[in-house]
Design a protein around this ligand. Structure first.
Ligand SMILES: NC(=O)c1ccc[n+]([C@@H]2O[C@H](COP(=O)([O-])OP(=O)(O)OC[C@H]3O[C@@H](n4cnc5c(N)ncnc54)[C@H](OP(=O)(O)O)[C@@H]3O)[C@@H](O)[C@H]2O)c1
Length: 217
């Protein structure tokens, strides 16, 4: 890794609980961070000045165009309704959870709510979608972050169909303060969803690999 290379420009769509904590943490470890929600960037800029000082507000369409890594931190239902477009090859981190009991049944996901990231990929066909950061509590993004090599460092699972995007996201997670387990294709990320064996659990890399059926990694 070239330590002098600039960090990718991070874009976060959604400025609520998860979006604002992630923005704060990413700023702290050196990222330039853009944030958008569904509203007016001037109002958002005001909120960011105390929620995540240093984060820059923009429109969702600008965020999708400018960010090197685009994090989805909005309700899944809102994502499906949003007119979001991304360029070919854009890395998109799907941190959303589809909760049918709260958001209602979504066409195509009635029988398999855990396939929501595959639905995100289908909606953004040119993007390289990676699922991660969906299976911890928003406050834990700051509370559980530790330097690489720290004993007990928490590990997060990640899954996506593009191996290069998975590697970049693993680097992003490490900079944030987490180990990661590469689960492979997006479909394998179903294990990370609500009701699955990993959701909400603080796990070391070894324990995560064991639960994911990849013991020994
Ligand atoms: N909370 C957690 O601990 C946690 C942890 C992991 C994953 N997640 C997942 O992360 C997502 C967000 O959760 P949250 O708890 O942060 O929710 P939240 O606090 O309700 O925030 C949601 C954000 O999304 C924005 N939003 C809504 N519709 C939008 C649109 N069309 N375009 C752009 N932004 C829009 C909202 O702002 P406006 O309405 O003003 O646009 C708000 O800033 C969910 O899918 C959740 O399952 C949450």
């Amino acid at each position: 890794m070239d330590s002098a290379a600039p960090l990718p420009l991070l874009g976060i769509l959604g400025s609520g609980k998860l979006g604002s904590v992630l923005a704060r943490r990413a700023l702290k470890v050196g990222y330039r961070v853009l944030v958008a929600n569904s509203g007016d960037p001037d109002r958002l800029a005001m909120a960011l000045s105390y929620l995540a000082p240093g984060a820059e507000a923009c429109r969702a369409s600008e965020l999708a165009e400018w960010a090197d890594i685009l994090c989805l931190a909005l309700p899944f239902e809102a994502f499906l309704a949003a007119p979001l477009r991304t360029g070919e090859g854009k890395i998109v981190i799907d941190m959303m959870n589809y909760l049918p009991e709260a958001e209602g049944a979504m066409p195509g996901l009635e029988e398999r709510p855990e396939a929501s990231s595959e639905a995100v990929q289908a909606r953004l066909p040119g993007a390289r979608v990676v699922k991660t950061l969906n299976h911890l509590g928003f406050h834990e993004v700051e509370e559980d972050a530790l330097a690489p090599g720290s004993p007990g460092r928490r590990a997060l699972g990640l899954a996506g169909d593009d191996s290069g995007a998975r590697a970049e996201v693993a680097l992003f997670l490490s900079r944030l303060g987490f180990d990661s387990l590469d689960l492979g294709p997006l479909r394998a990320g179903r294990i990370l969803g609500p009701g699955g064996p990993i959701f909400g659990k603080r796990l070391s890399l070894e324990d995560l690999a064991g639960l994911a059926g990849m013991g020994g990694l």
